[in-house]
Design a protein around this ligand. Structure first.
Ligand code: HEC
Ligand SMILES: [Cu+2]
Length: 341
């Protein structure tokens, strides 16, 4: 094949590859719009601002791609090898070089300015009436504290709709990252350095969040949920969560409380009892949570039993050890924990 024919073939093949890839991206894009972890269906103003930057970058990158491929194809045809035409050797062309240096600079600036603007907007000062939440990443679960409201919970963040929330981001051990694709940007939780981010949820419903910074064995199992509720529902949730643990009812649960306030008290807080350990999630209202072990399992009897029997078996690396509990102890603990609404 002559060199010019080869160049033309290569360019045409590249064009075809790009078209096919673009089509696949388009199909994927479409398929993910119903996906709870998609960033392409933003449901808060700040998530929308992030999405707008993606769109801008995609358009600019697309223009570059079309421009480069078109010129390559055009040059391969126009300047192809022909009898009697010698390749002309030139050396340097300042005007052209300035031109093709300036274009990328302009593109980079066009991407950088809105990107930095979004970072400043979403991690800068939150509106004055914001709800304050402190989110702490731990290997491998999230703690959520509402300093003004006396509420501490784990892995399930409740928020009132249409009110800005200012999330202070902390880390208890290594670096984690807070990310609710449809609601917030993604900001790292760094030990000893408190970052923050704010957003305003606009629609009630359930949203998925995920640790987005590799943090060890069960990083992929470090998820959380955000429940955006009406103000009344949220107020009621706060009132329930701020209260001390309900007293154990029934023989099994009372026995379970006995175990929880001894063996488990080393690592867990159960407000209203003497359990005040700081290593694991606050269990005061564990029964009101819909999931278990950082969003890994639905919070039901079967999963709770498997969890208590051998945590690292169901969640690799889990910092809650296998405590070698007997079947009887498991029954008692389940009765007690499920009563902690
Ligand atoms: C050595 C510390 C330690 C001890 C002792 C301990 N836990 Fe845990 N527990 C943890 C840690 C850490 C987690 C978080 C694990 C994760 O999600 O990766 C946890 C998670 C849990 C959860 C899941 C909470 C949630 O919302 O997802 C339950 C329930 C629980 N523990 C119950 C108990 C009970 C009951 C006992 C006593 C029999 C106990 N734990 C003893 C450290 C401990
Ligand atoms: Cu992680």
């Amino acid at each position: 094949m002559r060199p010019s024919a080869r160049a033309i073939t290569l360019t045409v093949v590249s064009f075809a590859a790009v078209l096919i890839t673009s089509y696949l991206i388009w199909v994927g894009w479409d398929a993910t719009t119903g996906d709870p972890q998609t960033t392409l269906a933003p449901l808060s103003e700040n998530a929308r601002a992030v999405d707008d930057v993606y769109t801008l970058i995609t358009i600019l990158a697309g223009l570059v791609m079309i421009g480069v491929l078109t010129l390559t194809l055009a040059f391969a045809i126009i300047f192809r090898e022909r009898p009697g035409r010698e390749a002309q050797q030139i050396h340097g062309n300042p005007r052209l070089e300035v031109f093709w240096t300036l274009i990328p600079v302009i593109i980079v600036v066009a991407i950088a300015v809105p990107s930095f603007q979004v970072i400043v907007d979403t991690t800068g000062d939150a509106p004055d009436d914001s709800l304050e939440v402190v989110a702490t990443g731990n290997q491998w679960w999230f703690e959520f504290e509402y300093p003004g409201l006396g509420v501490v919970t784990a892995n399930e963040l409740h928020l009132p709709v249409d009110r800005p929330v200012n999330v202070e981001l902390r880390a208890g051990d290594v670096i984690h990252s807070f990310w609710v694709p449809q609601l917030s940007g993604k900001v790292d939780m760094v030990p000893g350095h408190n970052n923050r981010l704010w957003f305003t949820p606009e629609e009630t419903g359930e949203y998925l969040g995920q640790c987005a910074e590799f943090c060890g064995t069960s990083h992929a199992n470090m998820r959380f949920r955000v429940f955006v509720q009406t103000q009344e529902e949220f107020d009621q949730w706060v009132a329930e969560q701020a209260a001390d643990a309900l007293p154990a009812e029934g023989e099994l649960a009372v026995a379970g409380e006995g175990i929880a306030t001894t063996i488990c008290a080393a690592c867990h807080v159960i407000r209203g009892t003497n359990a005040a350990g700081q290593l694991g999630p606050d269990l005061t209202h564990f029964g009101s949570r819909t999931t278990l072990a950082s969003g890994m399992f639905p919070n039901d009897t079967e999963n709770l039993r498997a969890w208590l029997a051998d945590p690292p078996d169901v969640k690799p690396g889990s910092k809650m050890p296998n405590l070698n509990l007997s079947d009887e102890q498991l029954d008692q603990l389940i009765a007690y924990l499920q009563g902690l609404d």
